[in-house]
Design a protein around this ligand. Sequence first.
Ligand code: ARG
Length: 562
Amino acid sequence: MDEKQQVVDALKLALPEMTEDDLADKVERPKDNKNGDYAFPTFFLAKTLHKAPQAIAQELVEKIDQANFEKVVVAGPYINFYLNKAKVGAEILKAILADPENYGSKDLGHYGNVTIDYSSPNIAKPMSMGHLRSTMIGESIGRILEKENYRVVRIDYLGDWGTQFGKLMAAYKMWGNEEDVKKDPINTLLNYYVRINTEADEHPEYTEAGRDWFAKLEHGDKEAWRLWKWFREISLERFQRVYDMLDVHFDSFHGEAFSAQKMEEPIQLLRDKNLLKLSRGAQIVDLDKYNLVPPLIIKSNGTTTYITRDLATALFRKRMYGHVKSLYVVGAEQENYYKQLKAVLKEMGFSWWDQLEHISFGLMSFGGKKMSTRKGNVVSLEDVLNDSVKLAREQITQKNPSLKNPEEVAKMVGIGAVVFHDLKNDRRNSVDFRLEDVVKFEGETGPYVQYARARAMSILRKENNPSFDDVDLSQVGVAAWPVLKQLGKFGETIQRAAENYDPSIVAKYALALAKDFNQYYAHTRILVDDEGKLARLALVQAVAEVLKSALALLGVKAPDEM
Ligand code: ARG
């Protein structure tokens, strides 16, 4: 049960003319808990009631049912509420243990559909660290929104169309070798692509050949399609390996190529609305009134562009999924592009243009160095994950040599560490990645949270996983209060994370709960035989459940032992 709701309920009787929502807006959490767990300021009532706030507070407090609180006192213009800790604590524990899976979830979404476009790498190229960020942020937002009862549609909008594929085909036809491609698809294809681009300066006919091959592709030439399909398939196979490691599963892989077949509609609509302007032979949309650069819709040679495909995509998604929100998890450098996309949809007259939202994130660097595909200093995602698993394995075997399934645990810890590191800061910030900092059992890391939970699980194992059916949970003791309070905040934490599309809110919560629990564990003898023992074990169980749920919302697994 929500603690704040108890305060709202108590006030409702004293102020029947106010709605619950308005009351909830006014209730504060005092900075110093000497002033209670919640406070209700009365200043805002002074005008309507023609009384001094102090007098109002005095009168209100008389009308408040104090049964659920330790005490309710007037402090100047404030009414301070002190929760009945034993009672509130017992209620929190009861709620968690009764339905651990659903604890903290709310129905914000009423089953509204949300599409999330994330990961979305370009085929025949290595996935960049930016794609890794997009993958994890998108996946976590999806899980958070599901917890709030949205229906999430996970879309991997593959970059599988565009003139670059013409070039790639031309290059493959000149220098390609099927065996080489099969051995190491993405790097081999990338090499062909880089080679044709560098040599095109001296051989203008290469550019010509690339254009021809793309035209063939657009016109359904058999060989062009065979190659395109093959490149796409082998790229996707590679991407899938990373998705499997991260436990990410998409509902759709409709990428740019799919939308490229649906161009007539947006173009016709733009024409009908007189939005296409001729500019040096190309067709653009004027976005002066938005202070935006005009996007190119149709190039002078008649081909369409990236944004035209995205317009077709947006129309398709709205029709297909009837979304209430449509999220695009893409790096901050694309900010203006999404402004253009939304502005064009608005100009086209679609009232849902502002359901589209760019979920932006900062760059990732490696030990302070930026990555660049062009310069060749690419860090392979698969390598990063594998290195992390290796480091985790070393540390685990040192810490716990008798572990039964070290391989499995090393995967959970190693991959979880990378994911947690990526998600723990506000997504808009850039992050630096140093493996040694990421796979650490101390500090603000994933393994730290996983370890706190594993410790809780080991306490429960020692007691043969007791049942808590008839336990008087109010016996848990005051030392548990900081942990209980943290447990009670899980629901509002998820809600905030959902409203801000920000997984870091959940990550920070998990860290805080792990820390509170470790502190409690350091100062309390949990297994001492007294009347509070089972209630304390119930607390341990509740912590284990909530830490597991919080990690799951980030896409991080929680080993029972490590
Ligand atoms: N493929 C793009 C990239 O690698 C990201 C696509 C984002 N989604 C979209 N609908 N434009 O940068």
